[in-house]
Design a protein around this ligand. Structure first.
Ligand SMILES: Cc1cc2nc3c(=O)[nH]c(=O)nc-3n(C[C@H](O)[C@H](O)[C@H](O)COP(=O)(O)OP(=O)(O)OC[C@H]3O[C@@H](n4cnc5c(N)ncnc54)[C@H](O)[C@@H]3O)c2cc1C
Ligand SMILES: NC(=O)c1ccc[n+]([C@@H]2O[C@H](COP(=O)([O-])OP(=O)(O)OC[C@H]3O[C@@H](n4cnc5c(N)ncnc54)[C@H](O)[C@@H]3O)[C@@H](O)[C@H]2O)c1
Length: 469
């Protein structure tokens, strides 16, 4: 048997690489983790965590606007000082926690590239392993917009959280998850934000109604949204401001420009050809076990182009690792697990399972059951009446998909994820007591609404009347 330096090498230590490395070493494997930048990857350093820190600050500042409605004296929104240095401080504490988890892992700092299917090179040092996990993530995609390359102070998620001062105004190319979250965060921190995107509604990956509702909320807060736009140029004017023009006739100007127009996999410098690993512009294709076309090489997380979320990356890492330990009949197919997601705007927008468009395309008959926050006593009393829980289900209560827009949605969606994954039906949700007055009580209401619908059916009515007599 060939001797290798390690059982496992992970290239990249973001959420995917962290899970593979930490779990692998906990399982007793000899693990080497290679990271060219910072442990924690995009998520911890330039993605989920700093963006949520900023959103929280923004929410706190914005809360002042709600004072009069709560019988408190009206106040001006407080001046913003230096949120970005605070965020960088907070990140150090977050990353330190994760660093600890890698206690027994041999960490190598540098950029890895393949030498062959079992060997990588980092700064001239060759390291071999029985199995190699590529966990290299993505970087911001750069659409071919005339003039984009001339914007010397272009913002992306990579430098956004290192700003020294809050800009007065910002144009955002993209109305997806990053564009929407950052538009609201910056706007609430006092920066006038404008979204310009080519898709017809915000959060193009969500059901249309979700994007439209979010846009309505954004407009009330003064965030401008331009959908279905074709950007013809971006330039800088004499004042140093960015000027963006569209084919539809707008000329928009702002101090800064944030690019949030999707992602590109970070695979170009890996020398994948030397290992024989196939790839496409969307990422490295993998099978159900997360193996590439070269069986001892795995591609886990964003770099394989499936579901670009941290929880999905971590889950894939766990599944891939479990699969290498399991004999064939017991291997798990990573695509069989549902992937809930949340966009952390206010209202939060969450979804899991099939969307209406998916059901229509597949020719599956479905019913829509919707419970509105505006009809729920606790939400009325707490003044959080925007949004709804909306479930797509069969007539007999099989749950296909759910979205929750509103207060507490990031927590509430996980119940629907469990229901879909474990094939729990609406009757079971109805029969589960939910603490009251939690927002997730509305999940139970959906079960009750479904049952009421069933009882309207003539056959059911007759049956019930007979039984009652
Ligand atoms: C602004 C923003 C907000 C986000 N918010 C959320 C959120 O709220 N929830 C959520 O689920 N997801 C969120 N995401 C997405 C999330 O960040 C990604 O899905 C997640 O980070 C992917 O994890 P990963 O491990 O696959 O890759 P990454 O986190 O990108 O990590 C890849 C690592 O590999 C390293 N690397 C690359 N090439 C090499 C090489 N050749 N050698 C050595 N190291 C290498 C990189 O330096 C990096 O550290 C957000 C993203 C952004 C940009
Ligand atoms: N809360 C979360 O879970 C969260 C938060 C942020 C990011 N993310 C992840 O990060 C990934 C990247 O987010 P993103 O917002 O960059 O991408 P996205 O794929 O969500 O949205 C891309 C946006 O860019 C626009 N766009 C693309 N090219 C354009 C062009 N030439 N002109 C105008 N508009 C253009 C699209 O219309 C769309 O609005 C997402 O896939 C998401 O999974 C997740």
């Amino acid at each position: 048997m060939t001797n290798y330096d390690y059982d496992i090498i992970t290239i990249g230590v973001g959420p995917a690489g962290l899970v593979v490395s930490a779990m692998g070493s906990e399982m007793g494997l000899k693990v080497c983790a290679i990271e060219k930048a910072k442990v924690g990857g995009e998520c911890m350093n330039a993605g989920c965590i700093p963006s949520k820190a900023l959103l929280r600050m923004a929410k706190t500042r914005h809360a002042v606007t709600k004072f009069p409605a709560m019988q408190m004296e009206e106040m001006r929104e407080p001046e913003v000082k230096d949120p970005f240095s605070l965020i960088q401080e907070q990140l150090k504490a977050v990353v330190a926690k994760y660093d600890k988890k890698l206690g027994k892992v041999d960490m190598v700092k540098g950029e890895a590239r393949f030498v062959d299917a079992h060997t990588v090179e980092v700064d001239g040092r060759q390291i071999s392993a029985r199995r190699i996990f590529i966990c290299t993530g993505t970087r911001p995609a750069k659409p071919s917009i005339p003039g984009l390359d001339t914007i010397d102070n272009l913002l992306t998620n990579e430098n956004l959280f290192h700003l020294e001062v809050m800009p007065k105004s910002m144009l955002i190319i993209g109305g997806g998850a990053i564009g929407a979250e950052m538009a609201q965060a910056f706007s609430r921190m006092g920066c006038r934000t404008t979204i310009v995107q080519m898709d017809p509604h915000l959060l193009p990956f969500a059901d249309r109604f979700a994007g439209e509702l979010l846009e309505e909320c954004f407009k009330k807060e003064g965030i401008a949204v331009y959908n279905s736009r074709s950007i013809t140029s971006v330039t800088k004017n004499e004042q140093g401001n960015v000027v963006l023009t569209t084919k539809e006739g707008e000329t928009l100007e702002a101090e800064r420009l944030l690019l949030a127009a999707g992602r590109t996999p970070v695979i170009d410098k890996l020398d994948l050809e030397k290992a024989g690993v196939q790839y496409t512009p969307k990422g490295i294709p993998v099978n159900a076990n997360l193996q590439t076309n070269v069986p001892n090489i795995f591609a886990v997380g964003d770099c394989n182009g499936n579901y670009l979320f941290s929880h999905a990356a971590m889950h894939q890492g766990m599944i891939a690792l479990m699969n290498i330990m399991r004999p064939w009949p017991f291997k798990k197919d990573f695509k069989k697990y549902v992937v809930p997601w949340t966009v952390f705007t206010e209202p939060q927008v969450s979804s899991v399972g099939l969307r209406e468009a998916d059901l229509i395309a597949a020719g599956i008959k479905y019913e829509v059951i919707e419970a509105k926050y505006a009809d729920y006593g606790a939400a009325i009393a707490e003044q959080v009446t925007t949004g709804s829980v909306r479930v797509l289900a069969s007539k007999y209560g099989k749950i296909y998909g759910a979205s929750v827009i509103g207060e507490g949605s990031a927590e509430m969606i996980n119940e629907w994820a469990l229901a879909i994954q474990k094939k729990i039906r609406l009757v079971d949700i109805m029969l589960l007591q939910h603490s009251f007055p939690s927002m997730s009580f509305m999940n139970k209401s959906i079960g009750e609404m479904w049952m009421m619908g069933m009882l309207k059916n003539e056959t059911m009515k007759k049956m019930m009347t007979k039984m009652l007599k």
